[in-house]
Design a protein around this ligand. Structure first.
Ligand code: SF4
Ligand code: SF4
Length: 552
């Protein structure tokens, strides 16, 4: 039997499927719970690729892909084609090509560095040249990017969500570390993107985990002072697990479908925020969390808490999505009231309680229908692997989308809308004052929510079908970064202050060796190890992934 493989390289993790080339049936699925590169967002991954070199970054990501391929339990020599999908950073790292043009946007800077801006058109490579553990002659299909910040994952979102079949004005969003948004008005597709931070995928949340077995995926208020907590089971189905007192973390009752929780995923974060506001445990002014100890407790047993820092990281992420929605509405010239339906993609877009997402402004306040459509990137990669003609179609579509693409980071409307959002979430901006600021900033008015949308769950899981050989989960993907700092006293403050427990101090022959696991470290967004070192000897930039090879 000949096989094809589809690969979605996400910033928070990789997903891969093997399919029968003839019947197109999915045979096996493998996912990693982390992206192996240090840090938890595109910026960190880009910095790593620039500092450590494209070759090193490519080698690390290839190792993880090869481990995932081997876990599929299929004949890898029978793979005749592989196709992938991802954002421009991950796709460039996969190919081992120049990334500096993705970091330094300005033409003058690129000229000074002698770096050419790459077009990143659709291309076909050879598996052997990429170091992939499949038949070395297999073709690897690499779809195009639209512009520097918007890649094949956004094309997948537009194509696979179904919005192209819609006659009415509609919006689509991929809930990921990058806010990718599309707005269809007639035949025109307006798109935009920006880094939103990983909170919506469970990153930069103290007890955050990617959507995986044991992840708290939803909470709801039982009305008796208790919250119902839903957890993803081994089949990634969200099910009622237990009830808890959110003020203390005391588990009140374990349900027959109890599944042991191990962390909170992005959708659990959205639900905690929505229910927290409804029940008065959250407010949009400091201290933000009104419980006696300033934390919402989702279970005392595993010490899964939601902290003030989690609140602030979540609101910065929600604010980026909302500012993106406002910006695209402004660019297209339509009114919010004209947009009646919204499509949510990605793992978080699938598992989220869409009504709670709408309450948190992650879906437009005006839409009456919300469709949850699953992981469009993996579905697109599979389509491309099965039918190679998709590559040309995607290139045509990328060309057509270029004139109406907006890089939010450079957009004045977005910047102002984001400032308003921060005022809203962190300083309790009132609706009356909001109207005044919107007028002054010439930002479209964001209406109040009047109706609750009808939710259509098109799929039950973000990956609808695991195939006959099922789902294979790679718990650990990453590398260890090392450093020995002269004059380090071995006090272990850096280890104690590392919330994700990614750092260890080991003593050998009288020296203290700092070891940082790349899969746990949240990188430049954190830096607590360096900031809290009493001897001021910790230098994050001196961490090495191999002797003499700096990671940052
Ligand atoms: S404390 Fe240091 S090692 Fe730990 S997550 Fe933060 S940056 Fe990474
Ligand atoms: S906090 Fe500083 S001095 Fe203490 S163990 Fe870490 S690096 Fe060494």
């Amino acid at each position: 039997m000949e096989l094809v493989v589809g690969l979605d390289i996400g910033t928070s993790g990789l997903r891969l499927q093997a399919l029968d080339a003839e019947t197109k049936k999915i045979i096996s699925t493998a996912i990693s719970l982390h992206n192996p590169l240090p840090g938890s967002n595109v910026i960190d991954h880009l910095h790593f690729a620039v500092k450590a070199g494209s070759e090193a970054a490519h080698g690390i990501i290839t190792d993880t892909i090869n481990s995932l391929l081997k876990s599929l339990e299929v004949d890898l020599k029978a793979v005749k084609r592989m196709a992938l999908c991802g954002n421009p950073t991950q796709m460039s790292i996969f190919q081992g090509i120049e990334c500096r043009d993705l970091v330094f946007g300005g033409d003058n800077m690129l000229k000074r560095l002698g770096v050419k801006r790459l077009e990143r058109r659709a291309t076909v490579m050879n598996a052997g040249s990429l170091g992939l553990a499949i038949n070395s002659e297999a073709e690897v299909y690499i779809p195009p990017t639209v512009e520097q910040q918007i890649g094949a994952d956004a094309l997948a979102m537009i194509i696979k969500s179904g919005i192209l079949d819609q006659k009415k004005t509609c919006m689509v969003t991929d809930y990921g570390t990058n806010a990718e948004i599309g707005l269809k008005v007639g035949d025109a597709i307006y798109t935009g993107s920006c880094a939103a931070g990983p909170a919506i995928e469970g990153g930069e949340i103290e007890k955050g985990v990617l959507a995986s077995p044991g992840a708290i995926s939803d909470v709801s208020d039982l009305g008796s002072g208790g919250w119902n907590v839903q957890v993803l089971n081994n089949d990634l189905i969200s099910q009622d697990s237990f009830s808890v007192n959110p003020q203390t973390g005391e588990v009140q009752e374990k349900f027959p479908t109890h599944f042991e929780p191990r962390g909170i995923t992005g959708t659990g974060t959205i639900a905690t925020m929505a229910v927290g506001f409804d029940s008065g445990l959250l407010q949009r002014l400091p201290p933000y969390i009104t419980t006696p100890d300033g934390c919402i407790h989702l279970t005392k047993d595993q010490n899964i808490v939601f902290t003030k820092k989690d609140y602030l990281n979540s609101t910065r992420c929600f604010g980026a999505f909302k500012a993106g929605h406002i910006t695209l509405v402004g660019k297209s010239g339509v009114a919010f009231e004209d947009i009646k339906s919204m499509y949510l993609c990605g793992a978080s877009g699938t598992y989220v309680d869409a009504v709670k997402a709408q309450k948190m402004s992650l879906a437009l306040p005006t839409v009456s229908d919300i469709y949850q459509v699953g992981n469009t990137s993996l579905a697109m990669a599979n389509d491309c692997a099965v039918d190679p003609e998709w590559l040309d179609r995607m290139q045509e579509m990328a060309n057509a989308m270029k004139p109406t693409y907006f890089a939010f980071i450079k957009d004045e409307v977005f910047k102002k809308a984001y400032i308003i959002e921060m005022d809203h979430w962190e300083h309790g901006l009132t609706p009356e004052r909001r109207i005044v600021v919107e007028k002054r900033f010439k930002v479209p008015h964001y209406p109040e929510q009047r109706t609750e949308a009808k939710v259509h769950k098109v799929v039950l899981r973000d990956i609808a079908d695991f195939g006959s050989k099922g789902l294979h989960i790679m718990e650990h993907a990453g590398i260890v970064l090392n450093a020995i700092f002269e004059e380090c006293t071995g006090c272990r403050q850096c280890e104690k202050n590392c919330m994700p427990k990614a750092l260890k101090v080991e003593e050998k022959d009288g020296q203290y060796i700092i070891k940082v696991s790349s899969e746990g470290c949240t990188g430049h967004a954190c830096m607590k190890c360096e900031l809290t070192c009493p001897a001021r000897v910790f230098r994050f930039e001196n961490l090495e992934f191999a002797p003499g090879k700096k990671a940052w």
